[in-house]
Design a protein around this ligand. Structure first.
Ligand SMILES: CSCCC(=O)C(=O)COP(=O)(O)O
Ligand SMILES: [Zn+2]
Length: 220
């Protein structure tokens, strides 16, 4: 029996929206939602802005497939499945977004010591538990040839950075999660804004990690 109509149609709608932001172009990226102990995700290698409700896979929390699209469609489960499942397992997430945003990719390259850092930006407050004066830190893991091979390093980053809601993947994109799809979306929008801000500030020769100090120094 088909179930989870709301989660399925949210994935279809949100992927269409994320496409317009450049987060899921070229078939990559996507969003998974967990609802009532069931996990929903898109197929692999398809245009994410043109999904149909019937294309969405349903899994249990262990990753066993409960429902899949009709066999004639020859659809495979998203290669991001093990990474989405890791966020559910380790972080109690209710939704996970994988974005290929160019800002995430560039942020993964301009940062030092395997961490993206930014402080003194209003949008930091959009990340749960963070205040304007806090420094937002996002771990960066190395990319691998296959999406699934990122799972071990994503897990290590989640264990090391206990309070992060995002992990950047160098030259690839970012995984972002939240307690439900609304929080995951808010987080993803704030992170993306902060990645872009950091890149633009870098172009202006301003450090995004000590913005206040730079401004202050310019005035002395
Ligand atoms: C050009 S997409 C390369 C593969 C990738 O990074 C990805 O996120 C694939 O996700 P999918 O859900 O299509 O398996
Ligand atoms: Zn990807």
């Amino acid at each position: 029996m088909n179930s989870g109509g709301e989660a399925k149609s949210l994935i279809v709608d949100l992927c269409r929206q994320f496409y317009t932001l450049g987060w899921v172009s070229g078939t990559g990226g996507g969003i998974s939602i967990k609802e009532n102990g069931k996990v929903y995700m898109a197929p692999s290698g398809v245009q994410k802005e043109r999904l149909h409700i019937e294309d969405i896979f349903v899994l249990d929390e262990q990753g066993r497939i409960l429902e899949m699209p009709q066999a004639e469609k020859k659809l495979k489960l998203s290669a991001c499945a093990p990474l989405f499942l890791k966020a559910y397992e380790l972080r109690g997430a209710g939704a996970v977004i994988h974005s290929h945003s160019i800002y995430a990719v560039l942020a993964s390259l301009i940062s030092e010591q395997e961490e993206f850092r930014i402080s003194h930006m209003e949008m930091i407050k959009g990340i749960r538990g963070m205040g304007y004066h806090d420094t937002l830190v996002v771990p960066i893991i190395k990319n691998t040839a296959y999406e699934g091979d990122l799972t071990t390093s994503l897990e290590q980053a989640m264990l090391k950075y206990k309070s992060t809601f995002a992990v950047l993947v160098e030259r690839h994109g970012v995984y972002v999660w939240g307690k439900d799809w609304k929080e995951a979306k808010t987080h993803a929008e704030c992170y993306d804004y902060l990645f872009q801000a950091s890149i633009e500030l870098r172009k202006l020769g301003v450090s995004s990690n000590s913005f206040t100090c730079c401004i202050a120094n310019n005035h002395t």
